[in-house]
Design a protein around this ligand. Structure first.
Ligand code: SF4
Length: 408
């Protein structure tokens, strides 16, 4: 396991702040979308200047940037595309993630220094497809379909002439990664042009002719639980997969920091141990991951075809994941052992605070002092985006995230 190049941890980012956060918390690569040619049209997305800034930041931290150019293109989508690809190459983008053979061919011809990663939208589920795409279009990597089992991943990684990338965390699409017109039909928002409204997560009444066949107490939904492949990471590393991908370009800064940090520690510990971890250590890492996630999770297809246990059977499937996120650190006064923080969610005096800090194990301390902007002592904080001063018996750094120590 340790004799090979270390596996890449690939994180999502919806803006520059989240991109820096992903890199700071241990991502080897970050994927993001430009204003055009990318799915996830509501993900924020980057201007060319912002992509260039992301590349510079990543480069300074030994990381790389991948850009999604994964729209399923109509005729008009090719306008300006050649120039866009050349610009991405010139500003230092490492790879483009693409779902159209025509765009892949254009990239190879016009921007040959860019790596081409075949998007999961192309549903590659076998090594023959990887070889075909490599031979015919010169791609450098396939992002495997989320619907591959672990046994299939092993076979594909062994037989593929190009690198393989596998999803390890985040949303699942129940219709084979966008091979779906549900969103188009229900909202006129095209899932394959960046507009998916996640209509599969809605609750439906089912009728057969005039008769309702759904139970009004348990309406029908197709929404999938999120993927959490923590238990599969050691297997994916052994299989020779090159990159582990976290889904979620629309997720918050807190989500990115928590999930990237948790998987960074898990992957590093597996390498240090030269193999799978004990049940006790895996329980710890699963708990760390779930501090950033408040959707239900499942193991996707890795243990076999996902069944009804992978479907969410209630309407509260899309809640905000920020409930444990209390504040970010702005300044530390080492002499006075105090810190200035910017608040997010409510907290109280005597709360146990956990510090999420890039590259460090989590620190914990008890909150014993809170001062407001007028230097008055207060017992509780309820208002977001306030600057407060707190006691800091452990060393804090600007950018550290404070969260509730027992949020789960
Ligand atoms: S509506 Fe659901 S199944 Fe359809 S593309 Fe969107 S996420 Fe996938």
């Amino acid at each position: 396991m340790s004799s090979c190049k270390k596996i890449e941890l690939l994180a999502p980012a919806g803006d520059l702040k989240r991109c820096r956060t992903a890199v700071d918390y241990g991502a080897d690569a970050v994927y993001l979308g430009g204003h055009n040619y990318s799915l996830r049209s509501r993900a924020g997305n980057f201007s060319i200047d912002e992509i260039a800034e992301a590349c510079a930041y990543a480069r300074a931290h030994q990381a790389v940037i991948h850009v999604t150019v994964n729209v399923i293109p109509h005729e008009e989508d090719f306008e300006g595309l050649k120039e866009y690809l050349k610009t991405l190459q010139d500003i230092g983008v490492h790879a483009v993630i693409e779902a159209s053979p025509a765009i892949m061919a254009l990239t190879r011809a016009e921007a040959p220094k860019l790596e081409i990663h075949c998007s999961t939208q192309m549903s590659v589920t076998n090594a023959y497809a990887a070889k075909f795409l490599s031979d015919s279009l010169g791609i450098d990597r396939v992002v495997l379909a989320r619907e591959c089992t672990m046994a299939e991943v092993k076979e594909i990684a062994a037989g593929s002439p190009v690198d393989t990338e596998a999803f390890i965390h985040g949303g699942m699409c129940v219709n084979l990664s966008g091979r779906c017109t549900l969103s188009n039909r229900m909202t006129l928002r095209d899932a394959n042009r960046g507009g998916c409204a996640q209509s599969c997560r809605w609750m439906y009444r089912l009728y057969q002719n005039e008769n309702e066949i759904s139970d009004p107490q348990h309406l029908f939904t197709m929404g999938s639980k999120d993927l959490c492949a923590a238990d599969t990471i050691a297997g994916l590393i052994s299989a020779g997969v090159s990159s582990l991908k976290i889904e979620g370009r629309m997720k918050t800064e807190y989500y990115v920091a928590s999930i990237v940090s948790a998987y960074r520690h898990l992957i590093d510990e597996i390498y240090d141990a030269h193999g799978p971890l004990s049940d006790e250590r895996m329980a710890y890492h699963r708990m760390e991951i779930m501090k950033g996630e408040n959707r239900e999770v499942c193991s996707g297809f890795y243990q076999g075809i996902a069944g009804s246990e992978s479907i969410i059977h209630h309407p509260n499937s899309d809640a905000d994941v920020n409930h444990g996120f209390l504040a970010t650190v702005k300044e530390m006064n080492e002499t006075a052992h105090t810190a200035v923080i910017e608040t997010r969610n409510p907290f109280n005096l005597n709360d146990e605070i956990e510090v999420l800090s890039p590259g460090r194990e989590n620190l914990v301390f008890k909150l014993q002092m809170i001062q407001n902007e007028q230097s008055e002592y207060i017992e509780t904080s309820r208002v977001p985006m306030r600057r407060l001063c707190i006691n800091a018996p452990v060393s804090l750094r600007p950018g550290d995230i404070l969260r509730k120590g027992n949020s789960r």
